[in-house]
Each structure stands twice: as C-alpha cells, then as structure tokens.
Design a protein around this ligand. Structure first.
Ligand SMILES: Cc1ncc(COP(=O)(O)O)c(C=O)c1O
Length: 389
C-alpha cells in the first residue's frame, strides 16, 4: 500500500484522514478523466461517435460487475447515490400499511425519499434507534422493527457517522424472511471492503463514487438483482431509457432490456470514465487487503484514542466496523476538537457530536501517530485554555 502514495502528492503536505467525506483521486484515475475530457473538447463528435457514446458507460459497468460480483447487465450508472435511490424508492412507492426500515443515524438520503413518499401514501418510515445507544447496534436490533408489512430495509452497509458495518447476508435473510427487499447504500463501504451481491443475496446496492472508491464527483453505480430490473419501471425516463437510444423515436419504444433502463439522460460521461478507472485501481489493490489494512490502522487509532480518554461510538469488534472511527471527548465538544485538529494539518471531520477519523489504503501508521499526537495536543491546549478562564 505504501507505494500507492506517489499517486497522491498532497500526502507529503498533510495527514489526510477523511476519506469518509471525500476520497483522494489517484493520478492514473485523474489522467483517464482528463484524457477523455481533452479528447472530447478537442475533437467533439469526430472522436466520439454515436456508438461510442452509447457504450460510454460500459467501462465503468464492467468494472462494477467485477467489484460487486454481478453480471454487467444488472448494473446501471447514475449521477449520484441519491438519484439512484430515489428512482428505486419512487418506483416501489410503498403505501400504508407498509413500512420501510432504516436507522436514526443513517445518511439522510436513505430516509428522506421514504419520508417524502410517506406524505403521499401513508407509508410508515421506521428508524431503528441507534443514536442513544450506538454500541449496542446490530442486525438483531434492526430485526425488532421488521414485520410482515415491511416493504424494504433501506440502510447503509457502513454508517457514515458511527462507522458501524452491518452483515449484509444477515440483513438479506431478515428482509427475505418477511418478503421485503434489502436496499443497501454501499457509499461508505465500496472500495474498502469486499462486496459480493450474489453471496450476500442483496436486492439493490447503490454506491457513490467519490469516497472509498477514490473517484471524482458525478457518478454512482446501482445494482438491481435480475428479477428486479425486469420489473423495474423507472419513474424518471428519457432518451437513454429506450432499447435503442439513438433511434430517437418520439413514440414510446419501451425500456432497455436490462438495468440500463435506469440511465435516462446524458450524465457526466467523464465521471463514469473516472469511476471505471478508479474501480480498476481499487480492485488491483484487492479490497480484502484494503479491509485488513484499514482495520489495522484504525485499531491502532482506537487504542491510542482510548488512551487519551476518548469515548468511541464505533464498535470495537473488527467484524462490526471498517476504516471509520468516531470519538467523543468527555468534557469537550467533539466537533470543536475536530476543527482544532484540522487547523493543525490533520484532516478529519466533525460528525455525530465527535471527531471522525477515516483511514484508507494510502494512509500509514505514521499518519495515525500524527493524528494521535495532534489530538493529544489539541485536548491539552483546550484544557489549558479552560484552566486560565
Ligand atoms: C452513506 C452515504 N450515502 C450517500 C452519500 C452521498 O450521496 P450523494 O452522492 O447522492 O450526495 C454519503 C455522503 O456522505 C454517505 O455518507
């Protein structure tokens, strides 16, 4: 992992521990995107004909198929995780007495679409309480909120604020035992843990591009299990949803015979080129190797933070977490601590009333030790300030 650092020049200037916010883009991925953009700017359609345009998502689609262990025709490209989830949610549009289960610490894009649908249909949106007792959160707690009226469990694989990682197979079994769908937001896990939608029996999996996959903004991947894309009737459609997009018929031609039916418009093609290159970059490093690397670094971080008196809201056990750790500091505002740490050149994030640290393949033990020393300095400075008041 050490030799990847040359692809991230900024790492010689600062300690970057906030991939959970925005991942760094490696030089080869940036180069792929710039080359595509330059060629298009210079040559227009003379270097980018209709057939090329129709196939432009295929590099990312094929890379995603390898990343997720899914057939390429089950994967759609979208502009963002939120857009793809909205497409799925508004298609399903469950109505009373149905419920959808998520958590009260989930990223809002996993709950807002369902709340908006609830205004129209009376859907019951159930948020499993995690915030008040984060360390006791697991699939068993989710199970208490799932019943025979559950239409879907819509949940993050790795939580953005607390760093919990859930067992997807256990969630899928829970959902399917109630004839519900498992809809996974893998934005905080894709690129740092192995994913296998077939082995885990996942129904829908969506991930954005710009965190652990280390790509640019503007693209997302959506897997729809084969029985689902066949039934999927997208609420948003356009020229690219048609079976032959360049037929350009005003009359209804039906929908593309695969997950492409979700791809309704001209999105940032450059972002999909970058995403394809980024997925290949991460796959070459091997997600299982990355998982172990990130767990080892964050283990070192957790031990050090506990030694500094921190309370962690991330579970201790390796099988329940990934590369994100969030710490609260008794007697201090954890988000103010984060701001002071950032001031000193260690880039972390204020989250969940604490400081969120996230370590990826380009981070080293030195980065962790720098973060711990800086955190210790910040806490000491804050205590000294308080004493002089
Ligand atoms: C779990 C999770 N899902 C989704 C997103 C972002 O979604 P989008 O790319 O649609 O803005 C984030 C960003 O922090 C996230 O943490």
């Amino acid at each position: 992992m050490q030799d990847t650092r040359r692809d991230f020049p900024v790492l010689s200037e600062l300690t970057y521990l906030t991939t959970a916010s925005v991942g760094l883009v490696p030089r080869p991925v940036l180069a792929a995107a710039q080359e595509f953009e330059r060629d298009l700017a210079d040559r227009g359609t003379t270097g980018f004909d209709e057939a090329t345009e129709l196939a432009v998502y295929d590099t990312a689609r094929n890379a995603a198929a390898r990343l997720l262990n899914a057939p390429a025709h089950t994967i759609a490209l979208a502009s963002s995780m939120t857009e793809a989830l909205c497409q799925v949610a508004w298609w399903l549009k469950p109505s009373a007495p149905a419920n959808v289960v998520s958590t009260d610490v989930d990223f809002p894009s996993n709950t807002y679409p369902w709340f908006r649908i609830a205004e129209e249909t009376g859907l019951d949106v159930r948020l499993v309480p995690v915030a008040d007792d984060p360390l006791g959160f697991d699939v068993d707690r989710v199970a208490r909120y799932v019943d025979h009226n559950t239409a879907a469990i819509s949940i993050s694989h790795v939580q953005f604020g607390t760093g919990h990682r859930l067992d997807l197979r256990a969630l899928a079994d829970l959902a399917h035992a109630h004839d519900a769908l498992l809809i996974v937001d893998a934005t905080q896990s894709a690129g740092q843990v192995p994913l296998d939608v077939a082995a885990d029996d996942v129904d829908v999996l969506i991930t954005g591009s710009y965190k652990w996959l280390c790509s640019t903004f503007g693209a997302a991947l959506c897997y729809l299990r084969p029985e689902l894309w066949e039934r999927f009737n997208p609420p948003l459609v356009g020229w690219r949803s048609a079976p032959d997009a360049y037929a350009l018929h005003a009359h209804w031609q039906g929908l593309a015979p695969d997950a492409r039916r979700m791809e309704f418009s001209t999105m940032s093609y450059t972002a999909t080129v970058a995403l394809g290159a980024a997925v290949d970059y991460v796959l070459a490093l091997d997600p299982e190797t990355i998982r172990k690397h990130n767990l080892a670094l964050t283990r070192r971080l957790m031990t050090g933070l506990t030694g500094l008196g921190a309370e962690l809201i991330t579970p201790d056990r390796d099988e329940l977490r990934a590369g994100t750790v969030t710490a609260r500091f008794p007697g201090h505002n954890g988000e103010a601590v984060a701001a002071e740490i950032i001031e000193r050149g260690v880039i972390v994030s204020p989250r969940a009333g604490g400081t969120r640290y996230s370590a990826h393949f380009y981070n080293t033990e030195d980065d962790i030790d720098t973060a711990l020393n800086t955190t210790a300095d910040v806490l000491a400075a804050m205590r000294a300030m308080r004493a002089t008041r």
